[in-house]
Structures are given as C-alpha cells and as structure tokens.
Design a binder for this molecule. Structure first.
Ligand code: SF4
Length: 105
C-alpha cells in the first residue's frame, strides 16, 4: 500500500495579511512539494537522504527560512522538511532550546 499523498500546510492563518505573506517569497514556491515530504513517515528521511539533501539545499537559499521554521513549530509539522530541518532535527533543536531556557532560569 502506498502512503497517502501529503501537501504543504502553508495555508495562511486568519491573522495573515496576504499582501505581506512570507510564503510568497519561499524558495520552494515552484518546487514539487513531494520533495519535502516522506509520505507521512517522518522517520523515512534516513531512507531518502538524496531527497532530504535536495530539499535542504533549496531551504539553504530561502529568504524566509526563519519564518518557515517558526511556522513549522506553530503548526506542529511533524512530517516535512521545513526551515531546512527534518522533523527530528526540529525536535532536537526545540529540546536543546528548552534545556538552555531551564538552565537560565
Ligand atoms: S525554508 Fe524551505 S520549506 Fe520553508 S519556505 Fe523556504 S524553501 Fe520552503
């Protein structure tokens, strides 16, 4: 059985002003979104390192990488490369930030 086709969750939030939407500047705007997904299996990135590398290379030149990463955390994206990071990399980054925050308080 093939995994279900997933699409980017880049729909604007209600508070977003479409005239000034960061998504319009995304480097992946004209790229097949499938490159950034693993069919709903986040752990599959290890089986598709070439795809992950290609997606990350696009993110590396993206002018809205910070906005994308923030949005990925806000919506809890656990399936795709966003902001140049896989879901597990984003999880590690978040845990590291929380540890630092806890140590600072
Ligand atoms: S950081 Fe990557 S996934 Fe996010 S908008 Fe830019 S190119 Fe697309």
């Amino acid at each position: 059985m093939s995994p279900a086709r997933r699409t980017f969750n880049l729909a604007p939030t209600p508070a977003t002003d479409r005239a000034d939407d960061w998504r319009d500047d995304a480097a992946c705007l004209d790229v097949d979104p499938e490159l950034f997904f693993t069919g709903g299996y986040p752990s599959a990135w290890g089986k598709h390192p070439e795809d992950a590398a290609r997606a990350k290379a696009i993110c590396a030149d993206c002018p809205v990488v910070a906005e994308c990463l923030t949005h990925a955390y806000e919506v809890g994206d656990g399936h795709s490369i966003r902001g140049g990071l896989t879901p597990s990399q984003r999880d590690r980054l978040r845990r590291k930030a929380k540890r630092k925050e806890a140590q600072a308080s």
